[in-house]
Design a protein around this ligand. Sequence first.
Ligand SMILES: [Zn+2]
Length: 113
Amino acid sequence: MHELSLACSLIEEAEKVLETENAERAIRLTVGIGQFAGIETDAFEFAFPMAAEGTKLEKAAMTIEEIPATVRCRACGKESNPAFPRCACAHCDSDDTEMLHGREFIIKSMEIE
Ligand SMILES: [Zn+2]
């Protein structure tokens, strides 16, 4: 499962932070997932506890924050939130857009002790 390996790499990243902070464990973790990141949030939620087992994040409460897509249009120069799953400009419907947000897969915040 794609989401399981993503959860594993996220936990690896989180454990590095815990180590740097000299923390014993994570209590709460907020993960930011972009609309266009290609990650199934349900599957990620399901995979997270499996990946966290035996790590310092084992008992952490994980919350997903979905990050909506934002594109900048090369045709009209405006920024808009495209209608997922298309990434066309919401103003002029041009497909010539640059994605500013929506592909994120990040640790937004983490509560540690
Ligand atoms: Zn446009």
